[in-house]
Design a protein around this ligand. Structure first.
Ligand code: ATR
Length: 275
């Protein structure tokens, strides 16, 4: 999606993938800086390791405790600026700045791909791993009214509920299934990735027709059993491809300073993932 976006804007840039061992991440990041890379994306487990390796952290990375995007900056008229906008002067230092574009992407995808209004809504969130925790806190920050948290390991859901009650006292965060209807059921577990995975909820305690809309962070397969059953029950559905798209679009804008051609990026993603 990034190469398609660069081509669409006529940028003489390339986005490439590198496998880097965790204990060589620092060396790899220093190498990228020495080669005047515009920036980097990082994935698991590097998102956490990079917190201590960048020269500066944007609030987005500090708040969410993870770096998925790095931008290299140098000095332009005494101010830090994206490196490609700066003249190449040997005397000027280069710094790395860590950002997180994942957290906003979840919310943007739910809002745009499901046309869902989060404020005041009731949400069942399945999963309390890394992605589930960020989603829960972002949903609370967006002003959902009620959040029902369910996770195989209950203690993790309880820890998130406590954190929400402390940070967002207006949001009702409880652990367990809702008795009645919810506006949205959101899967943040990894169930659905593999063909024989069970549904991500307990069918004895929750029926999919209790949800008016369903969002699955899994995007491969395009329609998980969860989304299929939700669609058949009449719910609006969307998968997590939008999360991947929007975190990429935000990173693209951080590096290039130009609006991301989101349609071009989406088409490239769909082609690469679904053929
Ligand atoms: P991510 O960064 O994608 O959130 P993660 O932190 O490993 O990855 O979280 C995976 C989520 O899927 C967790 O909610 C996990 O439940 P646990 O916290 O109990 O481990 C959930 N999950 C994974 N496999 C599962 C399974 N077989 N049944 C139920 N939940 C599962």
């Amino acid at each position: 999606m990034h190469n398609a976006a660069m081509d669409a804007l006529g940028l003489n840039w390339r986005y490439m993938a590198f496998d880097v061992k965790p204990d060589e991440l620092r060396a790899a990041m220093n190498g990228a800086r020495a080669m005047r890379f515009a920036g980097l994306n990082l994935t698991v487990p590097h998102k956490l390791l990079a917190l201590d390796m960048v020269d500066a952290l944007d609030d987005s990375a500090r708040i969410w405790g993870a770096v998925n995007t790095v931008r290299f900056e140098s000095r332009l008229n005494g101010q830090w600026a994206p490196i490609d906008q700066c003249p190449q002067e040997d005397s000027e230092p280069i710094r790395s700045v860590g950002f997180n574009t994942d957290a906003d992407a979840v919310i943007r995808s739910i809002r745009e791909d499901l046309t869902f209004e989060l404020h005041g809504s009731n949400v069942l969130l399945l999963g309390a791993g890394g992605a589930g925790r960020v989603a829960a806190l972002k949903l609370a920050a967006e002003g959902v009214a009620q959040l029902f948290l369910v996770n195989r390991t209950t203690s993790k859901a309880e820890a998130i509920a406590r954190e929400i009650r402390e940070r967002f006292p207006l949001v009702s965060a409880t652990v367990g299934y809702p008795a009645g209807k919810v506006d949205l059921a959101l899967n943040a577990t990894s169930l659905g990735l593999k063909p024989n995975d069970p549904l991500p909820w307990d069918e004895g305690r929750f029926a999919i027709d209790q949800a008016a809309a369903a969002y699955d962070m899994v995007y491969r397969p395009a329609e998980t059993p969860f989304l299929q059953s939700a669609r058949q029950a009449g719910a609006r559905t969307a998968n997590g491809l939008g999360m991947l798209l929007y975190q990429g679009a935000a990173a693209f804008e951080l590096w290039t300073g130009r609006p991301a051609p989101v349609d071009v990026m989406l088409r490239a993603l769909q082609e690469a993932i679904y053929g």
